[in-house]
Ligand binder design. Structure first.
Ligand code: GGG
Length: 363
């Protein structure tokens, strides 16, 4: 029996509703595949901020430093400025634990309708690799002549050779393990004159180390159009922090709903715990109604299982998601009327009995 100590951070809004569904499915997978979990729940988030002035206690990272993984719901709620909640929790964990890879699968799942015409399951199968610790997400800069007509705000993007090289190499290695062996990188080097040509330069150099991978490059604007018009052309797509974030939401929309999109914030060297969270945020507009789709959270749990070395259990969870997408129940975003809890229970129940080998399932 494998045992894993997992830090649970429900966070804010619908994070508190979808995370329990994710845990329920992981427990079902654990019972079936001989994995036990020690859950260590932390009440960090916007309520904590309103009580203490901080999203997490000062020693938060030290407290969970030796856990096997972090399973997070969502962050952000009205009453706390979004940049405070994001930087005080999500970004602090990503950077503090050097989770420099953000993996975001974009897949059109069976029985999910894409808003794109004539697209069916399998037509969209992209692994988005987002640089997760530097780039446009930056707190460096200044505000000058505040309150005057000449008010000027400067925000500095920071790209390091180490940061760009390591995410590019990670993406090329990933592409080399996928059947299509294709990689696309996204920049905007016609409009952004320093950082983006630098990214292109490093990417082109690293591409030479991988002659077996078909690599190409697009500016982010036309790439967004191609995601909509011919998403089947893309396999691994690698982008900077901001561009990767935007592309992953665009991709999730093309694949039917952001409610099912998973993500993994990975420290590939395993020096620190990695963190698994749905792509969606805290959705204050539907919080407290038990109608949020828990599949993004559950699929992120499958990515966590795979990261922890339980590929069969991970495949079983994804196969169970595929089954429930076919049979129902479904939440509102997928045209159904089921609650968060009902969908979580159905997937957990399916995990107990499904044959993962018969499904083409993979996190
Ligand atoms: N599921 C975590 C969450 O709340 N994400 C919302 C968000 O705004 N994330 C920004 C980011 O991933 O950089």
């Amino acid at each position: 029996m494998s045992r894993h100590r997992i830090a649970l951070i429900p966070g804010d809004g619908i994070g508190r509703e979808v995370l329990p569904a994710g845990v329920e499915v992981l427990v079902a997978a654990g019972e079936r595949f001989g994995i036990s979990f020690e859950w260590d729940e932390r009440p960090w988030g916007c309520d904590h901020y309103l009580q203490t002035g901080r999203m997490m206690p000062p020693n938060a990272l030290a407290e969970i430093r030796h856990h096997d993984a972090i399973y997070l719901g969502a962050v952000g709620f009205p009453g706390v400025p979004d940049h405070i909640s994001l930087w005080g929790l999500l970004i602090e964990i990503r950077r503090g634990f050097d989770q420099y890879v953000c993996l975001r699968p974009i897949r059109l799942m069976p029985h999910v309708a894409s808003p794109l015409r004539d697209r069916g399951a399998g037509d969209i199968d992209i692994m988005l690799v987002r640089e997760n610790t530097e780039g446009e997400y930056s707190d460096r800069g200044r505000r000058l002549k505040e309150g005057t007509a000449e008010e000027t705000v400067i925000q500095e993007s920071i790209f390091t050779r180490r940061g760009v090289d390591r995410i590019m190499r990670y993406a090329f290695e990933l592409a080399s393990r996928r059947p299509r062996r294709k990689l696309t990188w996204a920049t905007k080097s016609n409009g952004i004159t320093l950082t983006m040509p630098f990214w292109d330069e490093r990417a082109a150099l690293i591409a030479r180390e991988y002659p077996g991978i078909a690599a190409d490059h697009y500016h982010i604007d036309i790439l967004a159009a191609h995601f909509v018009q011919r998403p089947q052309q893309f396999d691994v797509v690698v982008a900077s922090n901001l561009f990767g974030d935007i592309l992953s939401d665009l991709g999730a929309g093309c694949a039917g709903t952001i409610g099912i999109a998973p993500s993994a914030n990975i420290n590939p060297e395993r020096e620190y715990p990695s963190m698994f969270e749905p792509v969606h945020g805290s959705a204050p507009d539907i919080t407290g109604r038990n109608i949020a789709n828990p599949i993004g959270q559950i699929w992120s749990g499958a990515m966590m299982l795979e990261h922890l070395g339980h590929a069969e259990a991970a495949a079983a969870v994804v196969a169970a998601i595929e089954t429930v997408l076919r049979t129902g129940p479904r939440t509102r975003d997928l045209g159904g009327t089921a609650s968060t809890r009902e969908v979580g229970e159905a997937i957990a129940q399916t995990v107990r009995t499904i044959d993962p080998v018969s499904a083409s399932s993979r996190p």
